[in-house]
Write a protein that binds this ligand. Structure first.
Ligand code: SAH
Length: 462
């Protein structure tokens, strides 16, 4: 280990900053956040520092550095281009046993500043021992995406509940289990989602139960999560987090392997998917399975393609959960229409082309399409058809039969957002033939409307 990692309490302590530029300003802001007192020595100041001086937040000396400036200081920061000055301050500080940090001059530092991920009061510090500051920043940004933004709220909530939990569960090891369940369970999920009232209520309920039976059973829950149309980069932060903490995942055919691979390795995987006409598991059965697993205390991830509430029957699947008192949350995903439109370079709305957009399902019942055709064929409107590949010839024929112009630009996006994405554009009257030749297997969406012409210029995804 090249450095001792510590978090220092500098509240009310004197810190010297030498230098008046932007880099000095960043240090001053940081010291003020940690409630230290700043003595600033610099001839001239940048705007940010001038403001802080005006606000009397720092003590400013507009002159050259003097050894006396070090008196009474706990730490020193030097942020100036004057190399001689850097060396002089570093030397005198070190001789006086005061810790010193010289910005970008590792050799002169007796302490270095880590890159931080701030979820105050939770703070993650990253250091490469001064070897590769860029690498620290990369690690930091990976942590930024991984750690929920509400982590600080969670720490505050836990801190504020500590005494009550201790009173309700006096046994130390049971209390430890309670906290483990808390972090991975529905109370924490409520806090992270900003639902502090629901979190408080559930905590009350859990503590009442725990103090009654002195047992802390973990309660399961269900996460109904949208996995997007296929490109794993389109997952939301929350989806990723819940995928990491699930005990069991129920997934269907449209969720690709690259996304399933991101689910916690130890999680049990259950395929409940369906193909046209070949249902691995009925909707009610999926609901019942989720209830059973959650009652066993499992964290159940129901991973659905696209958005769970867009032609996903997500609503039906979780309907039974609430009547059973099982906690659940719904995480939106990028729906196929949005993913395909973006990756095909077809804006769904556009000032010159379409002011509205309508999503429909082309899933035919008994080989019939029962749709409100007149509503679908409107000028300045884009139509997106999900599950329309199989019924495409009938769909195009019906649209034209109800008055749509056979020359209306149209497209089919097959395997949108995925490496094997294919797009075919053709006038509505010729689309079905063109698609038949291409032998698409889906999943695919159909986009109809003059916005399709924009693809010629806006296509970018190869
Ligand atoms: N809930 C999903 C839709 C499920 S219905 C969502 O919000 O996207 C299944 C239909 O979605 C497929 O028949 C197809 O029309 C569409 N679909 C899903 N993924 C797709 C993809 N990667 N490319 C094109 N269409 C897709």
């Amino acid at each position: 280990m090249t450095h001792l990692p510590i978090f220092m309490d500098i509240k009310g302590r004197q810190v010297l900053v030498v230098g008046g530029g932007e880099l000095a300003a960043r240090k001053v802001e940081m010291i003020l956040k940690a409630e230290g007192r700043v003595r600033l020595v610099a001839d001239s100041l940048c705007l940010a520092l001038e403001e802080l001086v005006d606000l009397k937040a720092v003590e400013h000396h507009a002159r050259a550095f003097d050894a006396d400036d070090l008196v009474g200081c706990l730490l020193v920061f030097v942020a100036t281009d004057d190399e001689e000055l850097c060396k002089r301050v570093a030397k005198q500080a070190t001789e006086a046993d005061i810790l010193v940090n010289v910005v970008d001059q590792f050799d002169l530092c007796t302490f270095i500043m880590p890159a931080i991920v701030n979820r105050s009061p939770v703070m993650v510090a990253v250091s490469t021992g001064g070897e590769a500051p860029i690498l620290s920043r990369v690690v930091k940004s990976q942590l930024e995406t991984f750690l929920p933004t509400g982590l600080g709220l969670l720490a505050d909530f836990a801190g504020a509940s500590r005494d009550r939990v201790k009173a309700a569960i006096p046994d130390g090891s049971l209390r430890l289990r309670f906290w483990e369940n808390f972090i991975h369970g529905p109370i924490a999920e409520y806090v992270l989602a900003g639902q502090s009232e629901a979190a408080g209520n559930l905590l009350d309920e859990t503590l009442t139960k725990a103090s009654r039976d002195q047992g802390v059973e973990s309660q399961g829950e269900v996460y109904l999560v949208g996995a997007g149309p296929g490109d794993p980069d389109l997952l939301t932060f929350r989806a990723m987090r819940l995928m990491q903490q699930a005990d069991v995942v129920l997934h269907d055919r449209l969720v690709p392997a690259e996304i399933l691979d991101l689910v916690r390795r130890d999680a049990e995987r259950v395929f409940v998917g369906k193909r046209r006409g070949d249902h691995a598991m009925r909707q009610e059965e999926i609901g019942q399975l989720m209830i059973r697993l959650a009652k066993e205390g499992k964290r159940v991830l129901r991973l659905k393609s696209g958005d769970p509430f867009v032609f996903g029957r997500g609503g039906e699947e979780i309907d039974a959960l609430s009547s059973e008192g099982i906690h659940f949350q719904v995480v939106p995903g990028v729906t196929a229409a949005n993913g395909c439109a973006s990756y095909a370079g077809i804006p769904l709305t556009h000032r010159d082309h379409a002011q509205s957009c309508i999503f429909i399902t082309g899933h035919a019942k008994d080989d019939k399409l029962d749709l409100d055709w007149d509503k679908l064929i409107r000028p300045s409107q884009t139509l997106v058809v999900y599950m329309g590949l199989y019924s495409l010839p009938m769909l195009c024929e019906k649209l034209i039969g109800h008055g749509a112009d056979a020359n209306t630009p149209a497209a089919v996006v097959d395997n949108g957002t995925r490496k094997n994405q294919q797009v075919i554009t053709a006038p509505l009257g010729e689309l079905a033939d063109a698609v038949a030749k291409a032998e698409f297997l889906g999943p695919a969406v159909v986009i109809v409307g003059s916005v399709v012409t924009l693809r010629e210029r806006l296509s970018w995804f190869k």
